[in-house]
Design a binder for this molecule. Structure first.
Ligand SMILES: Cc1cc2nc3c(=O)[nH]c(=O)nc-3n(C[C@H](O)[C@H](O)[C@H](O)COP(=O)(O)OP(=O)(O)OC[C@H]3O[C@@H](n4cnc5c(N)ncnc54)[C@H](O)[C@@H]3O)c2cc1C
Length: 455
């Protein structure tokens, strides 16, 4: 969508083809069959440092559909709160006063964490074979610092266990969101369902003379150098011709379509197939609970020491989701949810209710009106140590065929920001090949305070 919008706004005739009846891909919403409610496939959040995603929202005119928060509350079972929020000190110390006041961590934990963060002050190491769990052990982190700080922050940001993430990406999360500036660390939450949010991209494309085909699966691609339009996309019941193609698929969908691409002398497809072999996915589970009453006044919170990791109070975050005057709707998120994949819906709901009551005792009195469990087994690709060398850029071995998708070489983990970046990079490559050399990629936020000394 970001590639399509950038190109259509630059005068290209764009045709966006999407297999599903709605847009958003892995960041979408739909009517859940069991409950009749519109649910996001999972709560999606962004950060202030997601400059390309924010620019994309600006282009679509939906920036007012994002609510920004500068405080994150960590809740212990029993309800004790530790709030992380910026204060009066210059970056990277802006969160320091609230961090030092956090009751969830002891002084020894805080000293260990500060020492760990200091290691990223002057930059993050390049992607290597070292995993972050190993790095934490090497940097003398206490068990509680890992359980209540490094783990909750990183598992939700990177959706993977710490022994399976690259030190580079773990460091990047902390440097970009915790250290760079208070603005970079703000958390943005959409106030409307995701497909409604991204539906604005369709309006944008069509209002600029482009075309959108939903419910249309591309089954193969053929190349004919002698034809006027060269590329032919084959779908059930027809085909579309194009001068250039951007394939913006997940890595799994890319693996499926790859054998249909025309053979290349330098065997571009074999190299790409080999690179794709190195990608692995990780699951996320969203647990949606509708109660007959309010069980908390908090809008969101990190839940410590339990399987459930985040609570989003959708009745407060998305006003349309309010359940009459008294009811409430919460979504609980479990990232890297391997332990839930084989559990039944009822087992997951029972576990979630049991754990939720530890933080919000009103759950005991509330009646659960309905519930939905959404298991996204192939939610994100894992930034496993050393993966970067296998992430391809937008230019391929085929003429006028470009790659996008969060898994390509964006420098970002599997996120909406990474996906939008990949779209802009593919659009730039396409305009370069057409001799127009346009730039769509947005600059990062500038460092603030003392961080200006550590570019
Ligand atoms: C449960 C969950 C929670 C997440 N939470 C966050 C979060 O909080 N913050 C964040 O930034 N990111 C989050 N992510 C990651 C984010 O959603 C993805 O990184 C991003 O949406 C990837 O976008 P993409 O365009 O690269 O790929 P996709 O979204 O997978 O888009 C690919 C599109 O191609 C379509 N397609 C596939 N095959 C074909 C075909 N043959 N023909 C036509 N169309 C086809 C698909 O239907 C899909 O719409 C989350 C992801 C999940 C699943």
């Amino acid at each position: 969508m970001s590639a399509a919008c950038a190109l259509v706004a630059s005068g290209y005739r764009v045709h966006l083809i999407e297999r599903r009846p709605y847009v958003g891909g892995r960041a979408s919403s739909y009517e859940h069959p069991g409950t009749g409610e519109v649910v996001d496939n999972c709560q999606h959040v962004l950060l202030g440092c997601c400059t390309n995603l924010i620019a994309f929202y600006r282009q679509l005119g939906v920036t007012d559909k994002i609510r920004w928060f500068d405080r994150i509350t960590f809740l212990e079972p029993g309800g004790k709160r530790s709030v992380l929020q910026p204060g009066f000190l210059p970056s990277p110390l802006h969160n320091a006063p609230s961090f030092l006041a956090a009751s969830a961590l002891s002084l020894a934990d805080k000293i260990a964490i500060s020492r760990g963060m200091l290691a990223f002050l002057s930059g993050v190491p390049a992607d290597s074979k070292e995993n972050f769990a190993h790095w934490l052990a090497r940097h003398g982190q206490t068990q509680r610092a890992i359980d209540r700080f490094w783990n909750p922050v990183l598992v939700s940001a990177l959706n993977e266990d710490l022994d399976r993430v690259s030190v580079h990406y773990a460091g990047m999360v902390f440097r970009k969101s915790f250290m760079q500036s208070a603005q970079a660390g703000q958390m943005g939450v959409p106030t409307i369902p995701l497909s409604e949010l991204y539906g604005h991209a369709l309006k944008f494309i069509e209002s600029h003379g482009g075309q959108v085909s939903l419910r249309t699966r591309v089954e193969g691609l053929a190349y004919d150098a002698s034809s006027v339009h060269r590329w032919k996309l084959q779908m059930e019941g027809g085909s579309i011709e194009a001068d250039a193609v951007v394939l913006a698929l997940s890595f799994e969908a890319m693996q499926k379509i790859l054998p249909s691409l025309p053979a290349q002398t330098e065997d571009a497809s074999e190299k790409l197939a080999q690179n794709l072999e190195h990608f692995e996915h990780s699951p996320i589970t969203g647990i949606h609970l509708w109660f007959d009453r309010s069980v908390t006044d908090m809008e969101h919170a990190v839940l410590l020491d339990t399987t459930i990791q985040w609570m989003y109070n959708k009745s407060l975050l998305q006003p349309e989701r309010r359940m009459g005057d008294t009811g409430s709707y919460l979504e609980l998120v479990v990232s890297a949810s391997k332990s839930l994949v084989n559990k039944s819906r009822q087992e997951i709901i029972d576990l979630a209710l049991r754990e939720l009551a530890l933080f919000f005792p009103r759950v005991h009195e509330a009646k659960l009106v309905k519930a939905a469990v959404v298991k996204e087994v192939r939610a994100t690709f894992s930034v496993t140590p050393g993966l970067d060398i296998y992430r391809p850029g937008p230019v391929t071995g085929w003429p006028q065929l470009f790659l996008a998708g969060d898994w390509t070489a964006t420098g970002w983990p599997s996120t909406m920001e990474g996906a939008v970046r990949s779209g802009y990079l593919a659009a730039e490559a396409l305009t370069n090949a057409a001799g127009r050399q346009q730039q769509f990629l947005q600059p990062d936020l500038p460092a603030r305070g003392l961080m200006r000394l550590f570019p």
